[in-house]
Design a protein around this ligand. Structure first.
Ligand SMILES: [Zn+2]
Length: 633
């Protein structure tokens, strides 16, 4: 329930991945000096605090409220009034946490070189850590009240309604909470449990030495992850790409035994924790927090494995259009055509606003207000954080960071982050603080749905076959990146963890075999798979940092594909009803478990058909791409 926890659960992490896939281009305006950029394109922080003195007062106020909250320890059993008082106190602190945290955080992100701001931001981190420790009594004490008693209190006390979901969810998860001794033992292992992750970080960042290679044009390039990704996207020479891939992936391969030992530790830790808390599998343990049934992941993997035909057709089309004899994995990032068309910010903004017209005038009005209210930091400047994100401040609204560079990708980034921001706007408006935050599991539905609306709008408005092809290429590549690739990753995690659950060894050879097998299953014979790609698992930091996380990219994508279909197809009355359900989903914040929220919107992720909707969408887009390609030539 802390902000640090909430911040982790925002979409920023997901967006970071998507941002990584976008190449960098020259930005508008010409200046990189922040002071020279017009105020309308920069964040206005005054909605949070007028100045640093007010922020200091906010910090002091929060500290006082934290001290008062600590005094409530031991009171919860007294009755519903005491529970209410504690929750309300917690909310007051939570609301302040947003203000006190975001004010320096946002300012740091637009100029990371400012040490004074960075120092203030660090103070907030220390304060939050102190609060977490000081409030650790709260949930265990709450759960000492028998559930039947608590339900009676909830029924008798209307003011507790806002906390009903949160309170009962604590009881739901109680069956996996151990007795005091057990919990103490597990808590003592907390630091130790993070060891595989920190070891991976050291090996893959601090200790790793990336090689340099000489390209065909005589230039030398060091194959750091950033340079490597840029090379694969922009280098038209296949031989260069081949050597870069062999050298870059081979760097990880050279220490694969150590990576395998670390990954084994990750899976062993997960299995230890799952067993300690009485879960039948590691997957069940990972999904418990959001109350997601295991079949969601299993159905996702099975349906996608059976739906790789359009993916392979796309890869074959690319091979043909690029005129390659053999199509390798390292060829998949080069675009077939490049666009010289630019999309200045104002034009991008207008296209994005126009694209969501099907969501109705209320949505449109709020969106327009948001984009003109000093909440979007549009252009790149010296010291500004790269990428894009949307960050909420309860009571104030979302702030959106962009690095708009006039490319087509940047237009989609705006649509994506705008989708997150509007989700936040609607949810903050409709929900009390306790249930205002949505989970990752629904967050990317809002963003990808808006991207889909934008695609539709742009396809309708352009008469240029080349631009249409580029739009389709963008969308298909997104399905490859956020759906097929992520399901393949989830498939890998599932297979490796299952081996550990069965007591079977997880070695380099075993992990290589799983990965090579997946490449064959997903790409078939559409791609020539070089042997070194079997080491790819060692490059995927999500496997080591956040097991069983990536499948959510794919389930969100599937959910939004189905919602989009319902909102834009069929009779008008049905479309209207589907749109209303979708808006209700956006307004529902975190007031229920994500699966239940999606079900109310008409999406059932336990059903194959939901996942199949993405496969069908891919099939339709590739068919259209094949037709457009004929027209471009
Ligand atoms: Zn996102």
């Amino acid at each position: 329930m802390t902000l640090a926890h909430r911040a982790k659960a925002t979409a920023a992490a997901l967006c970071a991945l998507i941002a990584l896939l976008s190449p960098a281009h020259a930005a508008k305006p010409e200046t990189r000096n922040r002071a020279e950029i017009a105020a309308e394109f920069r964040w206005d922080f005054s909605a949070i605090y007028p100045n640093w003195a007010a922020w200091e007062a906010g910090v002091a106020d929060m500290e006082a409220k934290m001290d008062a909250f600590a005094k409530l320890k031991g009171t919860l059993a007294q009755g519903p009034a005491a529970v209410l008082k504690a929750y309300q106190g917690y909310d007051e602190i939570g609301k302040l946490q947003y203000l006190v945290y975001r004010y320096p955080q946002l300012q740091r992100d637009v100029d990371t070189r400012d040490q004074a701001v960075a120092g203030r931001f660090q103070r907030v981190g220390a304060l939050f850590a102190k609060f977490d420790t000081a409030t650790s009594w709260f949930t265990p004490e709450l759960l000492k009240v028998p559930q039947a008693t608590m339900e009676k209190w909830l029924a008798e006390t209307p003011a507790l309604a806002a906390y009903r979901f949160t309170i009962l969810d604590n009881y739901r998860q109680q069956k996996h909470v151990l007795d005091e001794n057990g919990e103490r033992l597990l808590s003592l292992a907390g630091q130790f449990n993070r060891t595989p992750q920190t070891t991976y970080q050291e090996l893959s960042t601090s200790d790793i030495k990336f090689p340099s290679i000489k390209l065909a044009d005589g230039k030398d390039v060091t194959l750091s992850p950033g340079n490597y990704a840029a090379l694969l996207e922009s280098n038209p020479n296949q031989a260069d790409r081949a050597r870069a891939a062999a050298a870059h992936v081979g760097t990880y391969g050279a220490t694969a035994n150590t990576y395998a030992a670390i990954y084994n530790a990750v899976a062993q830790r997960d299995w230890f924790m799952a067993q300690a808390r009485n879960f039948p599998t590691t997957l069940d343990a990972a999904l418990e927090g959001n109350n997601i049934p295991r079949q969601v992941v299993e159905t996702l993997v099975e349906t996608t494995r059976a739906g790789t035909a359009p993916l392979q057709r796309y890869l074959r089309l690319k091979k043909k259009l690029l005129g390659l004899q053999e199509f390798h994995i390292y060829d998949n990032f080069v675009p077939v055509f490049r666009s010289d068309k630019t999309y200045p910010y104002e034009q991008a903004r207008d296209a994005v606003l126009a694209s969501v017209a099907p969501l109705g005038t209320d949505y449109g009005t709020r969106y327009r207000r948001f984009v003109t209210g000093g909440r979007i930091d549009v252009y790149e400047n010296e010291g500004k954080k790269s990428g894009a994100y949307s960050a909420g401040v309860y009571g104030v609204g979302p702030y959106l960071l962009l690095n708009h560079n006039d490319t087509l990708d940047a237009v989609f980034t705006l649509a994506h982050e705008g989708g997150h921001a509007m989700h936040t706007v609607l949810s903050y408006e409709a929900q009390p603080f306790a249930t205002a935050d949505y989970t990752i599991f629904v967050a990317e539905v809002a963003s990808t749905t808006n991207e889909r609306f934008l695609l539709d709008k742009l396809l309708q408005t352009t008469s240029d076959p080349k631009e249409r092809f580029l739009l389709l290429q963008h969308s298909v590549q997104e399905i490859v990146n956020t759906f097929y690739t992520q399901v393949m990753f989830a498939d890998f995690e599932l297979q490796a963890h299952r081996l550990v659950e069965k007591g079977e060894p997880v070695t380099t050879e075993v992990l290589n075999q799983i990965y090579a097998g997946l490449l064959k299953t997903y790409y078939g014979d559409a791609v020539t798979v070089d042997d070194f790609y079997k080491f790819t698992w060692s490059r995927i930091s999500h496997f080591f940092d956040t097991p069983y996380y990536v499948f959510q990219y794919a389930t969100c994508f599937a959910s939004s594909a189905q919602l989009f279909k319902a909102m834009t197809g069929g009779a008008e009355a049905e479309r209207k009803a589907a749109t209303e359900r979708y808006l209700t989903l956006l307004k529902s914040g975190g007031n229920d478990h994500p699966m239940a929220q999606l079900q109310k919107a008409g999406v059932d992720l336990t059903q194959r058909a939901t996942v199949q909707a993405v496969v069908d969408q891919m099939d339709a887009l590739v068919t259209r791409m094949e037709a457009e390609a004929e027209r471009v030539r």
